[in-house]
Each structure stands twice: as C-alpha cells, then as structure tokens.
Write a protein that binds this ligand. Structure first.
Ligand SMILES: [Zn+2]
Length: 560
C-alpha cells in the first residue's frame, strides 16, 4: 500500500491523542455504513476516514471515530451500502451529454410516434441546426422494418435530420440532410459501409457504418460552447448515477480540450481517461504521451480502433453468415481496409507506449485482432501493455485461451446482453450464440473483465449493468431464468468488473477501484443493499450519495 499521509500532514490539522501519538484528523468520515470494499484482504467494514482526496482508514466504527476532529465533516450512511465509485470502461461521454438534450426515439414504439417526436424537436431547434441523436430501435415496432426518408420528410421540411439507430451503426437522413451532403442516386458506395437504395437506386435515407460519413461530413463540428454544455450535462448525469470514473472511447481532441479546461477550473466531478482514435496515434506519441499519462482527473495515453460493426446492423464480422441473411458475414471497418494498415499503426502505437483498445464484436473480427495483438507481442515483447478488446461480444470457443494467454482485457457492457439477447439468436442461431457476452467463460479462463455501458448506446446507470450480469434476463421478459444462463456471473464478480477491473483497464488499480487506505476517496452510498435484495430488484436500486475525491458531488452534503 502506498502511504500518502506525508502530503496531507502539511495541510491538515493534527491532534495529539491520549496515547501521545500524533496523527492528522480526517476531513471526512463516513460512519454507520455497510462497507463492501472490493478489497479482497478486507472485504467488509463499518466506516471510512478520508483526508483531502484520499482514503486513510477503513474499519470499525470505533476505529474510525479516532480520526474525528473539530473540523471533520461526517456522513451518517444510515446503515446503507457503501461501495467504491463505479468506473465505466467504455463511454462516449460528450455524445452522451449532448444527447440528453436531443430527440429521444428509443422509446418510440411505432413509426408514427417516431415522426411525432421529430416534429416536436424541429419546432424547438434553432433554424439551420441539425436534428441529431435519436437512438431509434425499429425492433420495437409492430413491423420491424427500417425507417426511410418518407417517414420524416413531411414533418421536418428544410431542417436537416440525421438520427442514429441505438447501436450507432446505422442512421436515417431526411431529404434536406442528403441535399446538404450532396448525396443522391449517383453517390457511390463506400468500403465498410452501405447506402441503402430503393428499386430505382435512390438512397432511402438509411446509411450503414462507414457510409454514415457521407452525411456526417456535412454536419458542422460542435462548437466549444456546445461541447462545454454537453460535458457539464454528462458530469451531472454521471454523478447522479454513482459513476466516478469514465473511459471515453474515441473522443475528438476538441473534447479533450474541454476536459482540460474543466479540470483546470476544478469542475470535473468524474475522472476521465480519454482514448482517441488509433488513426491519430502519432498526435499522442509525438509529445511522448504513454499509457495513463496525466492527472487523477484527466488522463490520455491509449488509442481506440474499430475492427467491425455491430450485430444489430448485421455488420459484426463473423466466420459464418448470419442465419437471417445468408451470404452476409458482416463487414470489417474502414480502418481494416486493408487489415495490414491497422496492424502497422497498432504495432507502432504499442512501441510508443500507448495502450491499444480495439472494438471487435463478431467472432472473426475478434480473432483477427487477437492475431494482430499476438504479432505485436512477438515483435515488441510483453510489457504489461494491457491490450483490450472492446465489446468482445461473440466469441469463437477456440479463442478464449488465446485471449487469456495474451493478457487481453475483455471490456464489456452487460446491458447489451439483455438488450440484444431479445433477437441475437435470430441472427446467429442457438448454437452459435452460446459464447455471446460470455462473462463466465472469460473469468473461468482467467481473463480480466472491465465493465461499462457504451453510453449513450445503453443507459449509463451501473445498476442496470449489475442486474444484467447476474440475471441475463432479457428486456422483453422472455428469459426470466437468463439468456444463456451458463454465462451469468455473481454479484461480487460483477461489482469487481465495474470497479477494480475497469481501474485495471486504465492502469489505475493502485489508485482506485476499491475502498482501501491510500486510494482516491471515490465512493457511493446506495439506497438499498444490493446483496440483500432479489437479483431482479437490483435494477431498481438508486445511488443516494456520490463522493469523488472526498467531495460530495451528488446527494445530501456532509455535515459537522
Ligand atoms: Zn462505443
């Protein structure tokens, strides 16, 4: 354990105790708590003492009372559960924050409702601004057909609309958007993407994967002001859900600039590890940034790549064709055209000390990335580089051992299993779905799991993820005993993946992830004890108080 007390003794008052021993007083103590520490040496306790932004003691009520001085703030947890703050290992934080203000289409249960919500958003949006976001899900409609421009043109007029499917792998444009982007029947297809067309070759408005760029290039980038607004909204949302750290996948550098500004102002209430695109790896490497470089609130030093698309869009890259789309094995991403280019960039990024985190969903995409990681380890040597495969959704059985041997982290989002589990077997068939979201198999092979959400693809709420991991009960209620129940994990395992596992994925396991003396004081008090409620009820449990770096950032403030 690292002792940070020397630093704080300069700034805090010290007391001479009855036994003559001099020690500093706590700035904050949390008492009367059911502490679940995620520290295997000392899993349970009653109280915690904090000095500044660090935990200094974890123990019984009587032990922690010794740290109480005249200036000490206190929180009486009322017997509630205290956990380490949640660390979401895969988010798109600023997009999530921006979306809190955008049109919400996920719950639109039929096309008419979809159009009505677009109409309402058009009304409240300044002229000329794009209508974005959406997260629609046509599988919830009475007839699950993809929407087209004719659904939204009548209600949107001149306002450009480009709304994404909830998985982010396809999006719907209206005619105004296609006109601004210069897309028409003559527009060619794009490698790694699909422009969906009608019988006469006219784009229907649906753009898949790399083809989405045809429209996105016409959208002006977010202004600095818009990014600040989105980040502040995201920080507030994260605090309310007990998410004290996030790992932001493929931010733009302008996003990192906003984080840096907010860090300087002391406004970050969520710690951020920013993971820009691997195609831009040189931008970090040229100034000597290596894995997890930065401060406790903002770090850089990793790169994110994409190997393929998603299962929902049938663009996950598979060994065998989709059952419901024979002849289609999915798509490699445009970064993988040709695969050798990605291989070379990742090789150089690893040599520069950058961490590699690659999106791979289909079994074949995962296998190809493992091949690349194996080549890199062979060439550059093993140096605890903590390769991660983001999602690792549909595994080939033969690859679990390789995954473990290469020390690859499985960075996964349990909520996707109960969401996609509604229809995944229609795509893959029962047998091929067996190693989907295979948390139990990963842990049994000794693979480190890091949990997150992919917010805004899924809700940011960690309790939904814990619920999904222990029940695997699909959202449609059709699998109350769990979809592929063999892959369920226990609640302690799920909490660990969401705290220590995620901390490990960002090289911070000595700084956070458990309630341990010396670590950052990032903790949450829950409304109910998730170890006592039925597994089905875990998703209803709320966060009562969120503490980041010894400061209450959500809930009742501490008092003297
Ligand atoms: Zn993502």
């Amino acid at each position: 354990m690292k002792c940070k007390l020397a630093v704080y003794s300069l700034i805090v008052m010290t007391a001479t105790h009855a036994n003559g021993e001099s020690k500093p007083w706590a700035t904050l103590i949390i008492t009367n708590a059911a502490v679940y520490t995620v520290d295997r040496q000392h899993p349970n306790a009653e109280a915690v003492a904090v000095i500044g932004d660090r935990i200094v003691a974890v123990g019984s009520r009587a032990e922690i009372d010794l740290w109480r001085g005249p200036q000490t703030q206190a929180i009486d947890a009322g017997g509630k559960l205290l956990l380490p703050g949640f660390n979401d290992a895969h988010v798109h934080f600023i997009q999530g924050g921006a979306q809190l203000d955008q049109v919400q289409l996920t719950e639109a249960a039929k096309p008419e409702e979809f159009a009505r919500r677009i109409a309402a958003q058009v009304k409240k949006t300044p002229k000329g601004e794009w209508i974005l976001g959406g997260r629609w899900d046509e599988t919830k409609w009475p007839r699950p057909d993809l929407p087209d421009k004719n659904l939204v043109d009548p209600v949107s007029g001149e306002a450009p609309v480009f709304v994404e499917r909830y998985d982010g792998h396809e999006a719907l444009a209206n005619s105004a958007a296609m006109k601004l982007a210069g897309v028409d029947a003559k527009t060619a297809d794009v490698p790694g993407g699909v422009v969906v067309r009608d019988a006469s070759g006219n784009p229907t408005g649906i753009f898949k994967d790399a083809a989405m760029a045809l429209i996105y290039k016409a959208i002006p980038p977010m202004t600095h002001e818009q990014r600040l607004r989105a980040t502040r909204a995201a920080l507030k949302h994260a605090a309310s859900l007990g998410v004290t750290s996030v790992q932001h996948m493929n931010p733009e550098f302008a996003d990192v600039a906003v984080y840096s500004e907010l860090a300087e102002k002391g406004e970050l209430t969520t710690r951020i590890y920013a993971v820009p695109m691997e195609t831009e790896w040189r931008d970090q490497a040229k100034v000597g940034i290596r894995h997890a470089w930065g401060s406790s609130y903002l770090r850089l030093g990793a790169v994110k790549g994409y190997a393929d698309g998603s299962l929902g869009s049938r663009t996950a890259y598979m060994f065998e064709p989709f059952i419901d789309d024979p002849g289609n094995r999915g798509l490699l991403s445009d970064e993988m055209h040709p695969p050798g280019a990605m291989h070379d960039r990742l090789m150089q990024a690893d040599a520069a000390g950058l961490q590699l985190r690659v999106h791979a969903i289909g079994d074949r995409a995962i296998s190809m990335i493992l091949d690349i990681f194996a080549d890199i380890e062979k060439a550059n040597g093993y140096h605890d580089q903590r390769f991660a495969i983001e999602h690792a959704q549909h595994m080939a059985r033969k690859d679990f051992e390789r995954f473990a041997k290469l020390h690859v982290i499985a960075s996964m989002q349990p909520y996707h299993a109960i969401d996609d589990g509604r229809w995944a077997e229609a795509r893959l068939g029962h047998d091929r779905a067996r190693y989907s979201y295979a948390w139990r198999s990963f842990l049994d092979h000794g693979v480190m799991l890091a949990f997150g959400t992919d917010w805004p693809v899924a809700p940011l709420d960690p309790l939904q993820g814990l619920y999904a991991a222990v029940t695997r009960a699909t959202l449609d209620g059709k699998n109350p005993g769990g979809w592929i129940p063999e892959e369920k994990i226990t609640l302690p395992e799920a909490i660990e993946a969401y705290t220590m596992g995620a901390a490990f994925a960002e090289f911070q396991e000595h700084e956070k992830g458990s309630i341990t003396p010396g670590k950052l004081a990032d903790m949450v008090i829950m409304s109910d004890n998730i170890f006592d409620v039925k597994p089905e009820a875990i998703r209803n449990v709320k966060v009562r108080t969120t503490i980041v770096g010894g400061r209450v950032v959500y809930g009742e403030p501490a008092n003297r």
